[in-house]
Design a protein around this ligand. Structure first.
Ligand code: SF4
Ligand code: SF4
Ligand code: FES
Length: 201
């Protein structure tokens, strides 16, 4: 077992665990969006940032991809963590202004407005890729993927057309942290998507 501290509390974790896994094991809250225990972490959203400190030295790391190590000192509620968390929530509120899930999570951490302007007021997808990772790693298919780059980056079926590679299992719907897959699903599966959406509502 590896011994280290989180918020000055002595904790232990198994080799290979991430800071996030150790924190959750010890009931310490760290917000996440793109993380799901069923798939390998991607570090896409950066919401799970924590601060590592050693004397005067410190750095911010994404806890869902940073492995625990003997003797490290992790802090989840410092001023630097709060600042970066607020900044990420503000970016998310501007990226996904139509997502009630994002608004609710941001509000839970005290962020109710954003200084950034929203490019698309109807957008809900943060393009975290969790849906496509679940489709590939859990379901064993690649019916959906992240396509294009920059501001055009999005998730969908190849060529933005319904695909029968999708077996309508609903796994992507259930893990989507923003509710975006509810509306995207029609573009992936076509008409049966309407039935799935009702079943999983
Ligand atoms: S649909 Fe949901 S899970 Fe998929 S990329 Fe968008 S926000 Fe992430
Ligand atoms: S519903 Fe379709 S796209 Fe979604 S995880 Fe299942 S197979 Fe993949
Ligand atoms: S939850 Fe760690 S980067 Fe998204």
């Amino acid at each position: 077992m590896i011994q280290f501290t989180i918020n000055d509390q002595q904790v232990e974790a198994q080799h290979g665990w991430t800071i996030l896994e150790a924190a959750r094991e010890h009931g310490i809250d760290i917000p996440t969006l793109c993380y799901h225990e069923a798939v390998a972490p991607s570090g896409a959203c950066r919401l799970c940032m924590v601060e590592l400190k050693d004397g005067n030295w410190s750095k911010l790391v994404a806890s869902c991809i940073y492995p625990v190590a003997e003797g490290i000192h992790v802090y989840t509620e410092t001023e630097r963590v709060h600042n970066v968390r607020r900044w990420i929530f503000e970016m998310l509120l501007a990226t996904c202004p139509a997502s009630p899930e994002i608004s609710a999570l941001a509000e839970r951490y005290g962020v109710t407005s954003t200084r950034f302007s929203a490019a698309d007021p109807d957008r809900t997808c943060m393009v975290c890729g969790l849906c496509s990772r679940v489709c590939e790693e859990v379901v064993g298919l690649s019916a959906i993927a992240t396509v294009d780059r920059g501001v055009y980056k999005r998730v969908g079926a190849p060529f933005s057309r319904p695909t029968d590679v999708c077996v309508a299992c609903g796994c992507c719907l259930s893990v989507c942290p923003t509710g975006a897959m509810q509306s995207l699903f029609d573009t992936v599966r076509g008409i049966p998507a309407t039935i799935m959406t009702q079943l999983t509502a």
